[in-house]
Design a protein around this ligand. Structure first.
Ligand code: ADP
Ligand code: MG
Length: 240
């Protein structure tokens, strides 16, 4: 479970998170929507400890992310994170790219790491691309490789930050299908996305962020059809 309690975060004078409270249960798919600059990405980077917070608390499976003694490397193994773009190592094959973290971070042997990579790449539909170089993949395939790379660490949680935003429209569907598959398998996921149809279909709950505040959270039917907050209403009307 991920527990976020009254988290505040500033960059210099700019308050980016203004007291976020949010709990994500095991097995839940939470989607975060909201305008550019509303603090969505910052929240994800705070959850995996890439960014410090000013106050409040974030706990992952009971471990406080920003506490002094917390082993961030160990914590990050639980949190797979995929961004808009991941620059794979160009001189390594797809399989070798996915093997890297299990080898270096978990100390897993070469053969076992290769087997893990093959399993996860097949899982995201790249079983026939193991030996090609990343530059030969389409944007959608590269994003699926990035997802496989995160899954290779057997994370308990997956955080997705606008993973389809940099893609040509015709490549968006294959990546969203991969996310749908993970959701149907019971993966606990936080997805920041602009894909409203996807958010409606796949989410257990949708959170709407506005200017550093979680203005509303609810089931997709509430957020998209009967929003309680006028800002949510304006946003979903504009984006649907
Ligand atoms: P979103 O993902 O919702 O578009 P972000 O969390 O990326 O929003 O950013 C929220 C605000 O924080 C924006 O105004 C952004 O410019 C600012 N910001 C994000 N990261 C940094 C940083 N490392 N340094 C300074 N300002 C930042
Ligand atoms: Mg962002």
């Amino acid at each position: 479970m991920i527990e976020i309690e009254n988290v505040r975060k500033s960059f210099g004078p700019l308050q980016v998170l203004k007291g976020i409270d949010l709990t994500v249960q095991k097995g839940e798919v939470l989607t975060i929507i909201g305008g550019s600059g509303s603090g969505k990405s910052t929240l994800l980077t705070c959850i995996n400890g890439l960014e410090p917070i000013d106050s409040g608390r974030i706990k992952v499976d009971g471990t406080e992310v920003h506490a002094k003694g917390t082993d961030l490397n160990k914590l990050r193994q639980k949190l797979g994170i995929v961004f808009q773009q991941w620059n794979a190592f160009p001189h390594l094959t797809v399989r070798e790219n996915v093997m890297l973290a299990p080898r270096k971070v978990l100390g897993i042997g070469k053969d076992e790491a290769a087997a893990i990579a093959e399993k996860q790449l097949s899982h995201v539909g790249l079983g026939d691309k193991l030996d090609v170089y990343p530059s030969r993949l389409s944007g959608g395939q590269q994003q699926r490789m990035a997802i496989a790379r995160a899954l290779a660490m057997s994370p308990g949680y997956m955080l997705f930050d606008e993973v389809t935003s940099a893609l040509d429209p015709q490549l968006v569907g294959e990546v969203l299908d991969t996310l749908r598959m993970l959701a149907s398998e019971g993966m606990t996921m936080i997805c920041v996305t602009h894909e409203m149809k996807f958010a409606r279909e796949v989410s257990d709950r949708v959170a709407f962020f506005s200017k550093g505040v979680m203005a509303e959270i609810g089931v997709p039917g509430q957020i998209f059809d009967a929003p309680q907050n006028p800002e949510t209403a304006a946003f979903v009307q504009m984006t649907q």
